[in-house]
Ligand binder design. Structure first.
Ligand SMILES: *Cc1c(COP(=O)(O)O)cnc(C)c1O
Length: 406
C-alpha cells in the first residue's frame, strides 16, 4: 500500500467495533475476565503480542493499539510504543538501550532537552556522552569506541536544520556494533523512511504533525525487530503509557496528515523563497532550497519537506528582531510546531554550535501553517518594514550619539 492509503487504513478495524469507522476512545484501568481460564488466556495473549490483547489500562487499550499499529506501518518498523510526550519517548528509548559504562554519540543539532537528558541524567548513571558534528557523515568513524552503544541522529536538526548522511552514519555505527536512534519529527513518517536508511529506532514527537492541531502532547517510538523487546520491556518497567483521548486526537490527525503536509511543504517553500529575496534577510535555512548546504542529501533521502525552517535577519540590534516579531499578525509567538497555525520565534542554538553557528541573535525559527501563503507573505512584508524602521532609528540615534559625544 502507498502512504496515502496507509494513512486512511492503518490501524483501523471497524469489524471489531460494530462497524464504526474510527476506533473509539477506550478508557480503562481494570479489564475484567469472566473466569480464571479467561484471565490466563488474556495474559497469554498479551505476552504473545496478539493484536489488541491487554490485561490492564497501562498496557494500552484498543485505542492505543490502533495508533501503534498505524505508526509502525507508516514508519516501516517492527513495532511502535506510545508515550505521553515526544520527550518521554526519546528518554525512554535511550534508557532502554544504554547502560553504565556505555558511550553515546549525540549530534549537537539535537533537540536540546534530548542532549540535556543525556548530559544531566544518564551521565549520572555512568553513561559517557559525547556530542558530534551533524554533517560528519562517515567521519564519525574517528569517534567510535569499543563501548559506543548508540549513535543518536536528528535530521534535519529542528533549529539549525543540518541534514545528516544517515546511511553513512548507520553503516559505521553498525560496523562497530552500535545502534542508530533517530528523532524523525521533521521528516514525519511520510517524508523520511528511517528503516530504509539503516535506523534501528525512530522517534516521533507526535505532538507536532501527527496530532497536527496543537491540542495534545504525544510521542511514539518505533523499533526494528532487533531493538523491540528491550525497548518494550523498559517502557513497561518505567510505567510509560498515554491517555486514550490524546491518542484518539493523534489517530484523527493521522488521517489528514498527507494533505496537510502537502500544503505545509508547498507554502513553506513559497514563503522561504520569498524571504530569501528580501534585503532584510541575511539567509534562509531550508533543506528544500538549493541554497541549503546539504540540499543534495535532502533530495537523495527525503520525500518532501515540512513547514519548519529558519530565517536569519539582517539586523544590528535585538530591538529590530523584537520589532519584527511584535509586528507579525499571523505568526504566533510560541514554542512547538506542526499545528495548522503559523509561528515565529527567535532562538539561540546550544553552546556546542560554538563559532560554527554564525547567526547568534539574528535567527528566527518559522513554522508555516495552513493559512494562504499570500497572507503570510504580506504579514512578513509588514514585519520586515517594522524591522527596517527600527534599524533606521537605531542608525539615526547612533549618529546623534556620536555628534553629542563630539
Ligand atoms: C517538540 C520536539 C520534541 C519533543 O516533543 P514533546 O511532545 O514536546 O515532548 C522532540 N524532538 C523534536 C525535534 C521536537 O521538535
Amino acid at each position: 500500500m502507498k502512504d496515502n492509503t496507509q494513512l486512511v487504513c492503518a490501524g483501523r478495524h471497524p469489524e471489531r467495533f460494530g462497524g464504526m469507522v474510527n476506533t473509539p476512545i477506550c478508557r480503562a484501568s481494570t479489564i475484567l475476565a469472566g473466569s480464571m481460564a479467561e484471565w490466563e488466556e488474556m495474559k497469554r495473549a498479551r505476552a504473545a503480542e496478539e493484536p489488541g490483547a491487554t490485561t490492564y489500562g497501562r498496557y494500552g487499550t484498543a485505542t492505543t493499539h490502533a495508533f501503534e499499529e498505524a505508526i509502525a506501518a507508516l514508519e516501516g518498523g517492527h513495532g511502535s510504543l506510545v508515550f505521553p510526550s515526544g520527550l518521554a519517548a526519546i528518554v525512554t528509548a535511550l534508557t532502554a538501550l544504554l547502560r553504565a559504562g556505555d558511550h553515546v554519540l549525540v549530534t549537537y543539532s539535537a533537540y536540546s532537552p534530548t542532549r540535556s537528558f543525556l548530559e544531566q541524567v544518564l551521565s549520572r548513571f555512568g553513561v559517557e556522552v559525547q556530542v558530534y558534528e551533524p554533517t560528519c557523515g562517515n567521519k564519525i568513524e574517528a569517534l567510535m569506541r569499543t563501548n559506543t552503544r548508540v549513535v543518536y541522529v536528528e535530521s534535519p536538526g529542528s533549529e539549525t536544520l543540518e541534514i545528516q548522511d544517515i546511511p553513512a552514519i548507520s553503516a559505521v555505527a553498525h560496523a562497530h556494533g552500535a545502534l542508530v536512534v533517530m528523532d524523525n519529527t521533521w521528516g514525519t513518517p511520510l517524508f523520511f523512511k528511517p528503516f530504509d536508511h539503516g535506523v534501528d529506532v525512530s522517534i516521533q514527537a507526535a505532538t507536532k504533525y501527527i496530532v497536527g492541531h496543537s491540542d495534545a502532547m504525544l510521542g511514539v517510538v518505533t523499533c526494528n525487530k532487533k531493538t523491540w523487546k528491550q525497548v518494550k520491556e523498559t517502557t513497561q518497567s518505567m510505567g510509560q503509557t498515554a491517555g486514550p483521548d490524546d491518542i484518539y486526537l493523534a489517530l484523527r490527525g493521522l488521517r489528514t496528515m498527507g494533505v496537510r503536509l502537502q500544503r505545509h511543504w508547498k507554502s513553506g517553500v513559497a514563503v522561504a523563497q520569498w524571504l530569501e529575496a528580501q534585503p532584510e534577510i541575511e539567509a534562509v535555512i531550508h533543506p528544500a532550497l538549493p541554497s541549503h548546504p546539504n540540499h543534495e542529501l535532502w533530495k537523495r533521502d527525503f520525500k518532501g519537506a515540512c513547514g519548519l525552517f529558519t530565517a536569519v535577519l539582517n539586523v544590528t540590534d535585538d530591538a529590530s528582531v523584537i520589532a519584527f516579531i511584535d509586528a507579525l499578525q499571523h505568526f504566533g509567538l510560541g514554542v512547538s510546531w506542526g499545528g495548522y497555525e503559523s509561528l515565529a520565534i527567535p532562538f539561540t542554538p546550544s553552546k556546542h554550535h560554538g563559532e560554527r553557528w554564525p547567526y547568534i541573535g539574528r535567527a528566527v525559527r518559522i513554522h508555516v501553517g495552513l493559512e494562504d501563503p499570500e497572507d503570510l507573505i504580506a504579514d512578513l512584508k509588514q514585519g520586515l518594514a517594522a524591522l527596517s524602521a527600527c534599524e533606521a532609528r537605531l542608525k539615526g540615534s547612533t549618529h546623534r550619539n556620536l555628534c553629542e559625544a563630539r
